[in-house]
Structure formats: C-alpha cells, structure tokens
Write a protein that binds this ligand. Structure first.
Ligand code: PEP
Ligand code: MG
Length: 567
C-alpha cells in the first residue's frame, strides 16, 4: 500500500495502465541551419495540430474554462519568442533543432520552476508539455494517446500533463495515481472537474506498479493498494458503489435551501481564487461566494493589475452569481504570498509583519485602485467587501474611510455604484475576535478566517509541519473565539460567516450551526455534503451541544462529545 494526496475524491478498482513517455536521446549535432529550420517549422505545425486535436477530444468532457489550458498551450506553441530563441540558436550555433529546442525549453522551465509563486511554478508544467511534444515531433517519436484506452484502467504515471488529462475518456479511465503533483497542479484541478478519482504525490508508485496489475485507488484516504486480496477488492468495490450512490443522492440537494430540521436557515457558499471558479460554486449548489481571494489576481499578473482589469474580474464573478451575495476580500498579500514585481522589506516574522490590510493602509494608492474597481463592479450584483487581518477598530475605520473616499470619488465622476454594498471585517486575529462586539458597530458583517485565527491563537505557524498538531479547530479555546465573534456580530444585528477551512470541516459543522454561524464558505465540492449535514440536524439540539463543547477541556473531549451526541 502506498500513500499520496487525495486530489479528487472517489474510489476505483481496475488494472494498472502505466503511462510511460517516449525516451528522447537528444545530443548536439553540427547541422545545416536551413534543413534544421525547415524541420523545426514542420514540427511546430504538427505540434499545433496535435494540441488542436487533443482540445477537440477534451471539449467533449471538459468545461470551457478547463479548455483554456489548451488555448494557453496553443499560444505557447505559436509564441514567436519561443520560436525565435530556438531559431537563433540553430542559426548562430549551427546545431540540430532537437538540441536547440531542448536547451531553450530547459532554460524557460528553470526560470518558471524557480519562481516563488506556486501558481507560476506550476506553469512550468505547461512549458514542459508543449516543448516535449515539439521535441517528440522533431525526433519522430509518438506520445501515447490516452484517448485510445478502451478497457477500464487506473493510469499510473510520473505526472499527467494537461494534454494527458484532457485526453482521458471517463468511461475507461477510472482514476489515476501520479508520483508527483500537488492539490493545485493542473492534473489535480482537471481531475476534480472531470470527477475522476486521483491520488497525486505517490512516491514509488512507478517502480512498484506493473502494467496490468490489479490496483485499488482510494482517492478519499489517498491510498493506493497494488495487487489487493480478493477480500480487499470486494470491500473497495462496495465502497466505490456506496460513494457513487452518495454522490448521486447529494445532487438532489443542489437547489435546496440549507435549513435545519427545526427551520433554522444558513447560507452555504463557496471560496474562489479566480472568476472562473464561480461557475463551480453555482454547479455545486452554492448560495453565493463567501471568499474571493483576490491576491491570485495580483500574483498571476506581471505588474500591479490596473483598475479595468480588476473591474472585469469582479464584475465577472458578480454576473456569474446572478444576484447571489459575493464576498470579495481586498488584497491579502505578504506572509507567504509574494509578488514577482514587488520587493517586500525583509522581516523576521513575515506572518506577523506587513500583511494584508496593513500593507494596503501603507500603500493607499494600490488600495484605492482595488476599491474603485470593486465599487464599479458593485453595480452588477450583490457585493460584500471585506478587509483581511484587521486587528483593531481603528484599522477597520481607516480601511472603511478609504472605501468611502473611493465611493465618493466615483459618484462625483458620475460612475454608477451599487447602493447595497456591505463592508465587513475578517476576524482572523484573536484581538479582533475578543473585541467583536465593538467592531460590529462599524462593520456590516464578519467572516472568520480560521486558518489564521488558529495560527495566531496557538502561536503555531500554519506553514510549519512540526507544529501542525496545534491546528485544532475543535479546541474549546478556538470554539470560544468563534462564539465570541458570532455573538459580537449578532449583538449589533450583523451577520457572521466563516471562510477558513474549518467552515467546510464536516466534524465542525454541527458545532458551528449550534454556535449560530450564519454563513459557511468552503470549497465548492464540499457544499452539497455540508448541506446534507445541516439539513439533518436540529438547531436547538446543536445549540445545547455547542454550549457543552465550549466548556470542555480538550479537542478530544469535544470530538467525543460530538460523536456521542450525533451517533
Ligand atoms: C483564513 O485565514 O482562514 C483565510 C480564509 O484566509 P487565508 O487562508 O487566505 O489566509
Ligand atoms: Mg487569512
């Protein structure tokens, strides 16, 4: 049994299909530039044709936004910069086209792989994918085509390129396991949209698995069992059926309200990182967006994104959500989130330094651009703006003053802005949680960022593996801070949401319902399961449960109390 990261939930039992890429033996050869340039030209043409074909196959199973990766590949294959660099090398160094392509590709891949931003690092995979195809075409080697698989298999590979994933036929590709990759790699994202079970980062799988071996892929626990026993096969076949049935049953809840058995309503909404993610929220029955992490817009950009670019992005989300509430968080940069076009001052503890709203209040020019873009977009739906990392009432007032200023400016310019915009405060610093009843005099709503609230309460860096045991959402200390925040909001008639990972945690849901949380914001694929849980619980009973939980000593006691009450 091997272990990896469950990147797309599900269970599959099938035979191993080992995807092995052709081995290219590229060496430098002195060559005639004209011949090599002609070869390169033909290879580029074929590469574009190949990608177009793959895109056509993929368009049958992937949504338009997932197909965008192929457009990016087509653009890369048609990029004059890539081509001219290879051509220059052929002309100047009189080397063969394969060699020149490999050199240029390696250089570009190295640049992307060394970027700080995880998103940019993963784009190196796109360059690898396109240039590998180009090299194969130059060397006349054939890349295995996953679209031709016609028996049920689990694909085992070092990594799957976007073209590989796009070629998968769901009827036969029952799942995949890869040696490398993380939750945000392209293959993982696509597997989730295709709803194909996937376990990534399974060290040793390529060596351990042989073509045709029987394999169980448990993409719920992240386990891969090679050559299982007959009992294991029976057990997991039943589990796979059960998982499928559960998923189907959940679909019935898509357009249902989120309401406890005794009539207490809450909102189940989605967290997004880009405008296109909003469609996933709608498809999964989300009642709005509870957190749009706008920093990704900044991190993907080559320079500070201008007002129009931001406006288009925010407007797109509001339009997709079609009147449902959309909470957009202002720039939360700093800490582990860096920008390639801005040098942050060195700090010993960047998570305790110039982050989020602190940065925005120091760089009001950047803040103003975002606020103007948000306000212009507010005319297209129900917008709620929130400020991250607020520690004091004064900080909130200062940020709100910037908002008011941008609003007055736009109105003076005759620009239409929404008249029901809400301005809220993220609660992710214990000081803000403790003072929630005062903060709620000024903020229209709260959203609890438990990822940070827990790290700051426990003084345990969320990036540090050795202290990760202190990530304890069920610890009574955290539950009390959550309670304080919710009660603090309600005291002044405001609503309270939560957008940290805890909001989508199935074990925490009964407690959060009982504590009176109004809005739960989570990854889109968790929404229907959360609805099933909420709709099966009594609010009154959960209030009693929560009252007992905050009096417990440890998280283990809370977990035991929940298990006992809910059994
Ligand atoms: C949080 O801290 O819980 C949160 C939602 O923000 P982020 O994870 O982006 O810091
Ligand atoms: Mg946070």
């Amino acid at each position: 049994m091997l272990k990896g990261i469950a990147a797309s939930q599900g269970i599959a039992v099938a035979k191993v299909y080992k995807l092995e890429q052709p081995v290219l033996d590229i060496v430098m050869k002195a060559s005639d530039p004209d011949e090599e340039l002609a070869k390169l030209d033909a290879a580029f043409t074929k590469t574009v044709e190949d990608i177009e074909k793959i895109k056509e196959v993929a368009s049958k199973s992937l949504a338009p936004e997932e197909l965008a990766v192929f457009d990016a590949h087509l653009m890369m294959a048609g990029d004059p910069e890539l081509r001219s660099q290879i051509e220059d090398m052929i002309k100047n160094d009189k080397v063969n086209a394969e060699y020149a392509t490999e050199q240029v590709a390696n250089m570009m891949i190295t640049i992307f792989e060394s970027m700080e931003d995880a998103y940019m690092r993963e784009r190196a995979a796109d360059i690898k994918d396109v240039t590998f195809r180009l090299k194969c075409n130059l060397c006349r080697k054939i890349i295995p085509n996953l679209a031709t698989i016609d028996t049920p298999v689990v694909i085992v590979a070092k990594d799957l390129t976007p073209s590989d994933t796009g070629s998968l036929n769901k009827e036969f590709a029952k799942g995949f396991a890869t040696e490398i990759g993380g939750r945000t790699s392209h293959s993982a994202i696509m597997a989730r949209s295709l709803e194909i079970p996937a376990v990534v980062g399974v060290t040793g799988i390529l060596e351990a698995a042989n073509e045709g071996d029987e394999v169980i892929l448990d993409a719920i626990s992240g386990e891969v069992i090679l050559n299982p026993t007959a009992e294991q096969v029976a057990e997991y076949t039943a589990k796979a059926e059960e998982f499928k049935a559960q998923k189907e049953a959940l679909k019935a809840l898509k357009d249902q309200p989120s309401i406890s058995t005794d009539g207490h309503k809450v909102l189940l909404v989605g967290n997004i990182g880009s405008p296109k993610d909003a469609e996933g929220v709608v498809e999964n029955g989300g009642e709005g967006v509870g957190l749009f992490r706008t920093e990704f817009l900044y991190m993907k950009s080559e320079d500070w994104p201008d007002e129009d670019t931001q406006y288009e992005a925010y407007k797109a989300v509001l339009e997709t959500m079609n009147g449902k509430p959309v909470v957009i968080r202002t720039l939360d940069i700093g800490g582990d989130k860096k920008l390639k076009y801005y040098e942050f001052e060195e700090e010993l503890n960047p998570f305790l330094g110039v982050r989020a709203v602190r940065f925005c209040l120091m760089r009001k020019d950047i803040f103003r651009t975002q606020l103007r873009a948000l306000l212009r977009a507010s005319a297209f739906g129900k917008l709620c703006i929130m400020f991250p990392m607020i520690a004091t009432v004064q900080e909130f007032k200062d940020a709100k003053a910037c908002y008011e200023e941008a609003r007055a400016e736009l109105i003076a310019e005759g620009v239409k802005v929404g008249d029901d915009v809400e301005v809220g405060c993220m609660i992710e610093i214990p000081a803000a949680a403790v003072l929630a009843d005062q903060l709620s005099k000024y903020a229209d709503f709260f959203s609890i960022g438990t990822n940070d609230l827990i790290q700051y309460s426990m003084a345990a860096d969320r990036m540090s593996q050795p202290v990760s045991y202190l990530y304890q959402p069920l610890n009574p200390s955290i539950l009390r801070l959550v309670k304080m925040t919710i009660d603090g909001a309600h005291k002044n008639g405001k609503w309270c949401g939560m957008c940290g990972e805890m909001a989508g945690d199935e074990t925490a849901a009964p407690l959060l319902l009982g504590l009176g949380l109004d809005e739960f914001s989570m990854s889109a694929t968790s929404i229907l399961k959360a609805r099933q849980i909420i709709n099966s619980l009594s609010y009154e009973e959960m209030k009693d449960l929560a009252a007992k939980a905050v009096e417990c000593d440890t998280m283990e006691d809370v977990a035991a109390l929940c298990a006992e009450t809910l059994k």
